[in-house]
Every structure is written in structure tokens, then in C-alpha cells.
Design a protein around this ligand. Structure first.
Ligand code: NAG
Ligand code: NAG
Ligand code: NAG
Ligand code: NAG
Ligand code: NAG
Length: 483
């Protein structure tokens, strides 16, 4: 269905007789960021979220965690921000006497614990991370003195603490959760609870302001920033809030569809649904983040470890930042049982998209979408701090699995350089997973065990004639052009 739309948009421009179509697109790069461009971008839009119970294991037992985060830092020029939280943040209790970071038991290593405790070493580990840290604490179990005790340690130890969350995805709280005291948990009740906890934790921290990441809602519904924000204002609680956040998973593992996930049109539509939430946060001069996100719920499904999911990340990060989302935190769950995870023993296919997104936005001040968002083809112009075009990102989201691979020729004009270089993000097919076929960025791969870039870097050079040149982008492929 989506490919029909691409043909329609091309037909209107390049119809050569009955039904015959020249497969070409053209874009002019505005010499400065157009009015439709994003606001000022954050220096580190691509972040990582670690499931609360698994966070110590990621840093203490998985060598790729530090090395792959290092690759993102190389690409972005800044340490990726991290958020620690998720379902198990609302199962966790702080224990000041605990000598280990975390304590829990599970029947199978694939399981997440039903209950866990964490100690000061947990905070020390979080403090040792050099980027900013957002820490999710418990609200569901209704032990506010415990959450305040944990918040105090977090504040005193974590110099790079960005914000503290009070509860995770409260839209899933039920009447049997301690916080609900037997009542049906509604958005209204939750908003009252959020502002009341914010005030109590603030006073527990000695009058701290701008310390919390509020909302933390899954998806959209009545639990939304648009509904929480008025409550924050009415109760004079906006002073406690640093950021608002929603969690976004476009698909669920049971019904996941890769063709749809990576489709540019679908990505545009899915992200646009959050416009009001972003505006509601901005109206209060607060940041808005996708505090936890990934391709499909429940750890991800069969589509999640694929190259196509990597392409989704690339386009999704561009769309979200244009919308005004400051940062996106891609969730990493139970090690060994996590199809969407960016690394385990090896860097996985989605990581290639994340790395390319980090490269694309590195040092950028603004990004503008050049296409109309109504086809499978995306084009973005990315501007530097002098408001000059620095890069162009082209993404052909046609779903390629096997057989003849289509491509699009794209003519870009408005280029002042005489030659430009480009990096290609490509893979054998959208469905390819690491180990199954080639996936490369500029011809290179991330080495198993170290996440180091391996192979000869292949930058494609193109000569510019009269300010323009034509680039070919295959189905399920992206090209990052340094203009
Ligand atoms: C793209 O341009 C090249 C060079 O002119 C041409 O050979 C090729 O057929 C074009 N591809 C498409 C899909 O139009
Ligand atoms: C807290 O940790 C200490 C030391 O491991 C342990 O003895 C104690 O039982 C723990 N308390 C709770 C409530 O889990
Ligand atoms: C709540 O936390 C406090 C202090 O951390 C602890 O002493 C108490 O046992 C906890 N209460 C419950 C009901 O778990
Ligand atoms: C944001 O503020 C504007 C101007 O006051 C208002 O018209 C708009 O409804 C607000 N939007 C949201 C989503 O809060
Ligand atoms: C790297 O890891 C992948 C996925 O675990 C595996 O399929 C592949 O064989 C490994 N490559 C090497 C060279 O060890």
C-alpha cells in the first residue's frame, strides 16, 4: 500500500507517457534552516534506557556496554544520556545496608525479578557513568520514605543526575497496587499522586526544584502530559519538574510488522501523534523526552533485531527531534532475552541505525524535513551552528527482502561544495540480522566482543556540477551526505 503512494507522488512529477515512470526525486537544500525546521537540537539526542534490575549487569558483566556507548559518543561528540528504569523500578526497594548494587533471585536467567532491592553501590555505579543519568524510582509500592531515602543517595552521589522519575508507566497501575489503596487507578488519581509525591520528595531533598521527570506514561490515552500539565500548574508543582516523558513503542511483539515499522510514512504519522504532549511540556518551558522507547513491546519481537529496525531508529530519531523531543532513550531489557537490544555478545543490527542517527545529528543545531512525509522516501537537511547546511540524510524505506532491489535516484541542488562525501548505511535485506548477512555503515561493521569499527571505511565521493548531483539510494538503505 505504501509503495503505491510513492508511485503516486512520482507520477505527479515525472509522468512520461502512459504508466511509464522515471524513478527520480529532487530536493533543493535551503541555504539556511527553513521555518519548518526543528528547534535547537540537544547535543546528545540518542540515549539509552537500561531496565532497572539489569543496569548493574550491563555495566559490570557485559563488556560491550561501555564500548558501544563509546562508539555513540564518538559519533555524537557527547556521551549518550542514560535512563535507568522500567517495570522493575516499581518492584525495587532501596536497602541502605546492602553491600551489592542489586539483590534478587529469578527462576530462569530469561526472567525479570518480581521483587528486588538495591543498595548504595547501585548509585555509585550510576555515578561512574560520564553522561547524564535519569534514575527511575518506585511509586507503585507506596513507600515514599524509601523512595526519598533512595533519592537522597542518588542526589548526593550522582553528579550527572538529570532527573528522578517517580514511578514507571502508571497507566498500568491497578487497584491491587499498594499506591492505589484499593481504588481504580485513573489518570486523575495518578496526576494527584504525581504532584503530591513531587512535593514530598522535594521537601525530603531539602526543597529541591526541577528534579523530576514527570508523566512516564506508556503510549497515549487519558494518561497524558496534556492532562498532567494542568494539574502541575494548578498545584504550583511545575517548579519540581525538569522534564515530561512518554514511552513509545510503535509495535507489539505479537503483531509486529517490519514493513510497517520502517515505513517513513508510518514513522511520520506515529511520531506526530505526540505533538500535543511535546507542546504541553514546552508550554511550561520543560523538556519533553521519549524516556523509554523501542521497536516493539515485550522485549521486542521477531522484527526487532533486524536491519530494518535499525533503519526505523534512524528515521524515528529524525522525526522525533523535528517534533521537539529533546532525547530518546532506547530501552535495553533482560540480557539474553531481548530482541531489540543494541548489543549483547555482538553489536546488533539496530545499533547500526542508532550509530548513523548519532553521526547525522552530531554537533547539529537544527534539522529540517525536505520531503512531504507522504511517501516511502525521506530527505533531511541538517544545519550546523552557523545555520549552514552540514549534512543531508536520504532514506529509502521501501521494504526489501529478496530478489531485484529497487532504487531511487535523488537529485540534490543548492550544494556549494565542489565535491561531497557520503556514508552509506546498508544491509543485505531489511530482514537481515547480525551474523546472517552483511550490515555495514560506510562499509564497516562493529566487531564482536569490542564494538570497534572494523574494515576499510568507504566514503563515497561525488562531484557537484552547478550546485547539484544525483545520488542513488536502494530500497531499505540510507545515505548520509556531508555537504
Ligand atoms: C539512476 O541513474 C543511473 C545513472 O543515470 C541509471 O543508470 C539508473 O537506471 C537510474 N536508476 C533508476 C532507478 O532510475
Ligand atoms: C538489607 O540488606 C542487608 C544486608 O544484605 C540484609 O541483611 C537485610 O535483610 C536487607 N533488608 C531487607 C529489608 O531486605
Ligand atoms: C518502607 O521503607 C522504609 C525505609 O526505607 C522501611 O523501613 C519500611 O520497612 C518500608 N515499608 C514497607 C511497608 O515495605
Ligand atoms: C500551548 O500554549 C498555547 C498558547 O497558550 C495554547 O494555545 C495551546 O493550547 C497549548 N497547547 C497545549 C498542548 O498545551
Ligand atoms: C559475531 O556474532 C554474531 C552474532 O552473535 C555471529 O553470528 C558471528 O558468527 C560472529 N562473528 C565472528 C567473526 O565471530
Amino acid at each position: 500500500m505504501a509503495s503505491t503512494k510513492l508511485h503516486t507522488s512520482i507520477l505527479s512529477a515525472f509522468l512520461l507517457g502512459a504508466g511509464s515512470v522515471v524513478n527520480g526525486l529532487s530536493f533543493t537544500i535551503p541555504s539556511s534552516a527553513p521555518a519548518s525546521a526543528s528547534g535547537e537540537l540537544d547535543a546528545a539526542p540518542v540515549g539509552v534506557s537500561f531496565e532497572f534490575f539489569a543496569f548493574p549487569e550491563y555495566f559490570e558483566q557485559l563488556p560491550l556496554t561501555n564500548s558501544c556507548l563509546g562508539r555513540l559518543q564518538d559519533a555524537m561528540g557527547t556521551n549518550p544520556p542514560i535512563r535507568i528504569g522500567g517495570t522493575t523500578q516499581d518492584r525495587a526497594t532501596y536497602n541502605a545496608s546492602l553491600a551489592s548494587a542489586v539483590s534478587y533471585s529469578v527462576d530462569s536467567p530469561d526472567d525479570a525479578p518480581e521483587t528486588l532491592t538495591f543498595g548504595d553501590p547501585y548509585m555509585e555505579l550510576a555515578a561512574s557513568y560520564e553522561g547524564t543519568v535519569t534514575l527511575g524510582l518506585n511509586r507503585r509500592l507506596d513507600n515514599i520514605s524509601n523512595t526519598i531515602a533512595a533519592a537522597k543517595v542518588a542526589k548526593s552521589k550522582i553528579a550527572n543526575l538529570y532527573a528522578i522519575e517517580l514511578g514507571n508507566e502508571p497507566n498500568f497501575f491497578t487497584s491491587s497496587d499498594p499506591i492505589a489503596e484499593g481504588q481504580t487507578w485513573t489518570a486523575t488519581l495518578d496526576a494527584e499522586s504525581q504532584v503530591s509525591w513531587q512535593a514530598s520528595v522535594s521537601s525530603g531533598l531539602g526543597g529541591e526544584t526541577e528534579f523530576t521527570q514527570a508523566g512516564v506514561f506508556f503510549g497515549l490515552g487519558s494518561f497524558e502530559v496534556t492532562n498532567l500539565a494542568p494539574k502541575e500548574e494548578d498545584t504550583d508543582s511545575t517548579q519540581y519538574v525538569r522534564s515530561f516523558c512518554h514511552h513509545y513503542y510503535p509495535q507489539s511483539a505479537s503483531t509486529a510488522d517490519l514493513d510497517e515499522l520502517m515505513s517513513h510514512e508510518e514513522i511520520v504519522e506515529g511520531v506526530a501523534e505526540y505533538q500535543d504532549q511535546v507542546t504541553a511540556a514546552q508550554n511550561l518551558s520543560k523538556d519533553f523526552v521519549f524516556g523509554e522507547t523501542n521497536s516493539a513491546t515485550g522485549g521486542g519481537g521477531g522484527i526487532s533485531p533486524t536491519f530494518g529496525a535499525g533503519l526505523w531508529i534512524l528515521d524515528y530519531v529524525m522525526q522525533a527531534t523535528i517534533l521537539g523531543v529533546k532525547q530518546l532513550f532506547f530501552h535495553q531489557g533482560t540480557i539474553g532475552n531481548c530482541p531489540y537490544c543494541w548489543w549483547d555478545e555482538a553489536a546488533n543490527a539496530p545499533f547500526y541505525g542508532a550509530y548513523t542517527a548519532a553521526l547525522a545529528l552530531s554537533g547539529a543545531s537544527k534539522i529540517a524535513q525536505l520531503d512531504a512525509g507522504d511517501s516511502r522516501f525521506a530527505a533531511y537537511a541538517i544545519y550546523d551552528s552557523n545555520d549552514e547546511p552540514a549534512r543531508v540524510l536520504l532514506y529509502n524505506s521501501e521494504y526489501y527482502t529478496s530478489g531485484t532491489r529497487s532504487s531511487v535516484n535523488v537529485t540534490l541542488s543548492g550544494i556549494s561544495a565542489l565535491t561531497v562525501t557520503a556514508l552509506r548505511l546498508t544491509g543485505a535485506a531489511a530482514t537481515t540480522i547480525v551474523g546472517d548477512g552483511a550490515i555495514t555503515v560506510a562499509g564497516q561493521t562493529f566487531a564482536n566482543g569490542t564494538c570497534a569499527l572494523e574494515g576499510t571505511k568507504d566514503t563515497e565521493t561525488t562531484e557537484i556540477t552547478a550546485g547539484q548531483a544525483t545520488f542513488t539510494v536502494q530500497a531499505s538503505e540510507a545515505l548520509l551526505i556531508y555537504v
